[in-house]
Design a protein around this ligand. Sequence first.
Ligand code: AMP
Ligand code: AMP
Length: 357
Amino acid sequence: MKLREKILRVLKDYDLANISIATLGSHSALNILKGAKDEGFETICICKKGETAVYRNFGVADKIIEVESFEELLKKDIQDLLKKQNAILIPHGSFNAYIGKLDALEVPLFGNRKLMEYETSREKQREWFRKANVRIPKEFKSPEEIDRLCIVKYQGAKGGRGYFLVSSPEEFRRKADRMIKNGLVGQKELENAEIQEYILGANVYFSFFYSPVNDRIELIAIDRRYEHVDGIGRIPAEEQLKLSLEPTYTIIGNFPVVLRESLLNQAFESAERIVEVSKEIAYPGMVGAFCIETIFNERAELFVFEISARIVAGTNVGIPSSPYSYILFGENMYMGRRIAREIKIAIEKGMVEELIY
Ligand code: AMP
Ligand code: AMP
């Protein structure tokens, strides 16, 4: 039996009047679980042993399931436990980062898992962007081709760890050696790395929601990141040169952003085309939360450099509301709650199957 058929069979046995919302205790779980509670759902948090304090403290989890590692989510006994609770899982960054392939997961998962997989392959993402005709940074196939400032990035949701900047093939070799020696990155990771033109400009992360229930794209929040590299600006250039620093792009937190209004159009146009193409590359296309990571260059032109077809942690800045979600809904609305609202309306309309792929 195909995976989707198995999942739909699980869903058929669910008591839709008693759905609970479950997720892994990390990343944006507070956001997801609070949102679920705001919409009246029971909540379950699957936590690593020793990491339950946050979820107990904030009181967002009605039930906590403790595991040794997040991969245990794929184990039969944990899945059975979730099925018994009529649980719908909400995926976030830790699903890709710590579990990866979800083929053994029969618990209904909100969103399109095929599109989530695109996050683990920069090649596939680029193909998606090309088809959608959005502007992307130039890619260099080999270090020998490097002729301008470039950023070296790895596959998957690694949160910027170990990324570095280079301007020539020689600098690539030197820095790559040093990164490996310092244990910041493995040989294999480096071989599969992507060398991308560095776009100097303002980073902006757009969190959208594609609603099958309303058949529309909604802008829920905008953020930018607070990364290790941001600390460099705190010391004078003279000191920076003396120290020959090796900053990385490791994510530490996020700031909310309100965009110059005349720039919003570029983001909507890109998001619309990205959603259109998603239908061609992974049936039935985008479902629910997605984020397009962008940079505006000196001419305020938008470059898209990454996409996540799930909730991103940047939406945590939009709790209880962002200016955009407020304009749309006229009430407190944030990504975790938006997901739960979609599930709630889908239950009423008999459309839950359309949110689970
Ligand atoms: P964590 O469970 O915090 O390790 O996060 C899971 C994955 O999501 C990691 O690869 C992180 O780098 C990424 N991540 C976590 N928090 C954020 C954030 N605030 N912004 C962007 N990425 C994040
Ligand atoms: P990513 O893993 O692709 O989300 O990238 C992590 C961080 O690296 C971003 O938040 C940016 O600060 C930076 N970054 C990634 N790609 C580029 C690029 N092409 N130009 C400039 N900065 C980038």
